[in-house]
Design a binder for this molecule. Structure first.
Ligand code: ADP
Length: 405
């Protein structure tokens, strides 16, 4: 069995993929990374990046399968095609695994059917994930394909955290539950923490903060998720780039009754026109920090709500965990925005949390690292996430088990 895994993340109009050695160091760039964009639009784009070259193809792409076929042909031209590499497996990111999928699975026809049954829970994401799986399985049918779910890590959450206080009959009929998302990232990052602390994983209480365009917080005790900020959908919880995070549901009734908004308007409003963008017009954190420097009041307010919400979750998780060993920041904002890390944890010395300014702002720092002071009894870390590597590792292990049995 070869050592390489193809990892695929298929969206509604784009496909991201990487060819990865699952045993490589997380900081090691993938062997190849590709992007198929603007599927179904007049101008498509396929971009492939390897260690020493970048290739582009900007012809229109009529479908996911056309995009994948062309991307694989470009890779073959580089000697990195799926057949050249004799891949071990293909790992697929799947957003929603419902209650059924509590861990990664080898994809069979039955699994695809089960994924189709979950579409009502994730109408924006799962259909595109399923298309990517189908088309990739058509092209690479000889390989084991493995689905890795954003929700699985939260399947053992305590009932009190996983349930909403609404009518039980409706809950059962519509499978309503706090499923949580970004699970692959929270798990990947949280697994590094016991090693950094020099503790047994079962003794570690921790909070992981995945702060990217989407953002979520998770409380973890002994490796098991205890609570998480996203819910039935990835709209809940923290303030995000364009998503509102938690709001009073009564706001929606008010907008329907007084503003005449329809379901699709509300969906668009809360998923794409809210969050940081809704408050200050920008969703890229670098732009927001620049606007604040220039004295922009809306950007200051957006940042203020973002930090306030983050602290609200950190505080409640600390209390519910009944103690805390570590807080870890990850993803684009978490890994790069020292100001966010400082402000999220400012003034918490009485709770044993103290950021070391020099460690937090060290421009040369990279990889997993501590940013708290030596006195801080709760350790604060930055751990770069690598969801694709985690998916490659799961897919490789499942393919290997299948080969051995
Ligand atoms: P996604 O959820 O799309 O995977 P990422 O994890 O890549 O998102 O995070 C994207 C976010 O990270 C953007 O808001 C971007 O502005 C922010 N970001 C990236 N680099 C920096 C930086 N140096 N300083 C502040 N924010 C940054």
């Amino acid at each position: 069995m070869s050592q390489y895994v193809l990892v695929l993340n298929s969206g509604s109009s784009s496909i991201k993929f990487q060819v990865i050695d699952p045993s490589a160091d997380p900081s090691h760039p993938p062997m190849a990374a590709g992007l198929v964009e603007r599927i179904g639009e007049p101008k498509g784009l396929i971009k492939i990046k390897t260690e020493n070259q970048t290739l582009e193809d900007s012809r229109p792409i009529s479908s996911h399968s056309v995009g994948l076929e062309r991307a694989f042909a470009l890779m073959t031209g580089l000697g990195l095609g799926p057949l050249d590499l004799d891949l071990a497996a293909v790992g697929h990111r799947v957003v929603h695994g419902g209650k059924e999928f509590t861990g990664p699975v080898r994809i069979t026809k039955d699994v695809v059917k089960q994924l189709e049954d979950l579409v009502p829970l994730a109408p924006l994401h799962n259909p595109a994930n399923i298309d990517g799986i189908r088309e990739c399985m058509d092209l690479l049918g000889h390989l084991p394909h493995v689905a890795v779910f954003d929700t699985s890590f939260f399947s053992d959450m305590p009932d009190a955290a996983a349930n909403y206080a609404i009518n039980r009959e409706l809950v059962k009929e519509y499978d309503i539950r706090r499923y949580g998302f970004h699970g692959t990232s929270h798990e990947f990052v949280s697994k590094k923490v016991p090693g950094l602390l020099g503790k047994d994983p079962k003794d570690v209480k921790q909070i992981t903060l995945h702060l990217g365009n989407g953002a979520s917080a998770t409380a973890i005790d002994g490796g098991v998720a205890q609570d998480t900020s996203m819910g039935l959908t990835p709209l809940a919880g923290l303030v995000m780039g364009t998503r509102s995070g938690d709001i009073d549901p009564g706001i929606l009734f008010h907008l329907v009754r007084s503003g005449g908004l329809k379901v699709d308007d509300l969906d668009e409003l809360l998923n794409r026109k809210s969050g940081l963008k809704g408050v200050c017009g920008a969703n890229d954190f670098r732009e927001i920090l620049e606007k604040i420097e220039q004295g922009d009041e809306d950007a200051k307010l957006a940042y203020g709500i973002y930090i306030h919400t983050l602290r609200r979750f950190i505080g409640s998780y600390m209390l519910n965990l009944g103690g805390l060993d570590a807080i870890t920041f990850t993803a684009g904002v978490g890994e790069n925005a020292a100001a966010v890390r400082r402000d999220a944890l400012a003034g918490l010395e009485n709770f044993g949390i103290e950021i070391d300014d020099a460690r937090n702002t060290d421009p040369d720092a990279e990889g997993p690292r501590e940013i708290s002071t030596d006195n801080s009894s709760v350790k604060v870390f930055v751990v770069p996430t690598n969801e694709e590597l985690a998916i490659a590792q799961y897919a490789f292990n499942i393919a290997q088990e299948a080969q051995e049995s």
